[in-house]
Design a protein around this ligand. Structure first.
Ligand SMILES: Cc1ncc(C[n+]2csc(CCOP(=O)(O)OP(=O)(O)O)c2C)c(N)n1
Ligand SMILES: [Mg+2]
Length: 569
């Protein structure tokens, strides 16, 4: 067997079933080895898109996704996707080709130091210098990629090493058991929570593991302690929970921040400072308990006073045993929740923390989840979120690209499941919306999958419409059109700067969709989105919906309404 065949055998041995990518001539021996294996190869129209797909595969399965590109330009096209996986904590193996290393007939044509380029962007990067080293190397990097915090790894396979003969075989896969937190650190955390008057739980991206979600649900239900999530932690517990304070889509001034400002202990489970902060620690004294698989990265705005480091699921299970049931709830509510007016009366027997957090929960329900915006055209972001929320199936997956609407979705969409909304609030790169949706649909063919993109972000990887059509995927893509980089326009306005440099024109998206063999729709009145979306979800194939958006709500709600509100206790 040659080096490429051994690498493919090792990947099969690790359970790899799909590789995304674009080969170059330096990958042809490896490509041939894939062709004769059990692994499916999905060729894309840009390496960046292949990288986003592989990262999503890793993110959704917990097993490393695999992405292939050639040397030089293929490898440089991967940079954004590798960074996306690094900050987002998604396990992925990137494999790039290289000219022969033992002798070269082409001088330095297309040669870059890709291994060094990948250095700051990956958890591990290496050139394979002999076919004999492949088996232990693959075993090693799969462990590195999946070990928390999971992330990207990179191997460079030069042409001559791919062709080199070897008699080595894959090494057996072993199970790694997680490391558990020190019991004393858990006891201290429990004592801090039990002493607190206003404890709150925060769930972040790293808590999105099936075992953690299960314990988290039980913990909240048993204790009645209120919780909120970061954008990437959204959906860990169904946001319809009576103890949900929603998502901190903004860093301050939103309804949830009234609760955060009142909290005396915030228990952060799996939120990492790579994400835009859900709150700032420097504003006042608050005790923060950091529960994660690795120690906190200390920042000016984040310096937890206590840390519980170890497997998050195990830490929560043990913690739950040390917090009395009903801890957050007034005793009167034990059988069933008391009527709301009782909670608002000053003489209620309920402890103030429950009363106050319950009131904020209600405010969020009224002002955030049920906010309809206006019945006018173009649709407001609130209306768009509501119409999509009410139209899709409970187990649907919505992939968001990066733009202004991401904040509206993070804030106003009530997620039922951890994978209801796939968004990136770490690298926050534009262009991921469509490739992520494609990967999600490949993994879950029976679930409805939508991509929601801005007219800027969509055009950064719109060529993948061809990949989706070729793969015969049933997908809906909604493009929110404001003819500009809306999010930056909003920030420009917020800084009182004159409008400049952020407007563009769009192609005719209907014709664009048709040219790919997809179906295009243009929304031209309020209420039409829900109708077209419902019909599109019922039909096979790729549907592209062009939807004008009214972003005047950005200024009105985020700057005017939210800043004018007061947090009364
Ligand atoms: C690759 C990349 N380039 C630039 C940015 C900075 N950026 C963030 S949002 C945004 C505007 C997005 O425009 P669009 O996709 O049209 O969405 P909109 O905000 O208009 O709804 C820009 C330029 C980014 N996050 N990623
Ligand atoms: Mg736009």
């Amino acid at each position: 067997m040659n080096g490429a065949e051994l690498l493919v055998r090792c990947l099969e041995n690790e359970g790899v079933d799909t590789i995304f990518g674009i080969p170059g001539e330096e990958n042809l021996v490896f490509l041939e080895a894939i062709r004769t294996s059990s692994i499916r190869f999905i060729v894309t129209r840009h390496e960046q898109a292949a990288g986003f797909m592989a990262a999503t595969y890793g993110r959704l399965t917990g097993r490393p996704g695999v992405c292939l590109a050639t040397l030089g330009p293929g490898a440089t096209n991967l940079v954004t996707a590798v960074s996306y996986a690094l900050l987002g904590g998604m396990p992925v193996l990137f494999i790039t080709g290289q000219k022969p290393i033992k002798k070269s007939k082409q001088g330095r044509f297309q040669i870059l130091d890709v291994v060094r380029m990948m250095g700051p962007l990956t958890k591990f990067t290496k050139q394979i210098v002999t076919a004999g080293s492949i088996a232990p190397l693959v075993r090693d990097i799969f462990r590195i990629a999946t070990k928390e915090k999971s992330g990207p790894v990179h191997l460079e396979l030069p042409e001559d090493i791919a062709a080199e003969q070897t008699d080595k075989l894959p090494l057996p896969v072993t199970r790694l058991f997680p490391t558990h937190a020190h019991p004393e650190s858990i006891a201290i955390a429990a004592a801090l929570i039990n002493k607190a008057n206003y404890p709150l739980f925060l769930f972040g991206a790293e808590a999105k593991r099936p075992d953690v979600c299960q314990v988290a649900r039980e913990l909240i239900a048993a204790t009645g302690i209120f919780f909120f999530t970061s954008q990437m932690g959204k959906g860990i517990i169904d946001e319809h929970s009576p103890y949900s304070l929603g998502t901190a889509a903004l860093s301050d001034h939103d309804y949830v921040h009234c609760a955060i400002d009142q909290a005396d202990v915030i228990v952060n489970i799996g939120h990492d400072v790579v994400e835009k902060p859900p709150f700032f620690m420097n504003q006042r004294e608050v005790q923060v308990i950091h529960i994660s698989h690795s120690p906190a990265d200390v920042e000016e705005i984040y310096f937890p006073q206590h840390e519980v480091i170890g497997d998050i699921g195990n830490s929560l299970t043990l913690l739950a045993k040390l917090i009395p049931a009903e801890q957050g709830r007034p005793k009167a509510s034990r059988a069933s929740d008391p009527p709301q007016d009782l909670l608002l009366r000053a003489d209620t027997a309920a402890p103030p923390r429950y009363e106050y957090f319950k009131r904020i929960h209600q405010e969020i329900k009224t002002n955030v989840y049920c906010a309809e915006g206006h019945d006018r055209f173009p649709d407001t972001p609130q209306r768009i979120v509501r119409d999509i929320h009410n139209t899709v199936a409970a187990n649907s997956i919505i992939s968001l690209d990066n733009g202004m609407y991401k904040i509206w979705f993070a804030r106003n969409f009530r997620a039922l499941r951890p994978d209801s909304l796939l968004l990136d609030n770490a690298l926050a790169a534009m262009g991921a919306g469509l490739p992520v949706a494609i990967a999600a649909k490949l993994l879950y063919p029976d679930r409805q999958v939508l991509a929601v993109c801005g007219d800027g972000g969509f055009m950064m990887n719109s060529q993948e419409l061809e990949t989706a059509v070729r793969l015969q995927l049933d997908l809906v893509v909604i493009i929110l059109c404001d003819q500009g980089y809306g999010m930056i326009k909003w920030k420009q306005g917020g800084m009182n700067l004159p409008a400049f440099g952020l407007d563009f024109l769009n192609p005719d998206f209907i014709e664009y969709a048709n040219s790919y063999g997809a179906k295009g729709y243009r929304i031209s009145r309020t209420g039409e989105l829900a109708e077209i979306l419902a019909a599109s979800l019922k039909q096979p194939g790729l549907h592209l919906i062009e939807l004008p958006v009214d972003y005047s709500q950005n200024e009105e709600v985020f700057y005017q309404q939210l800043r004018a509100k007061t947090c009364l206790i």
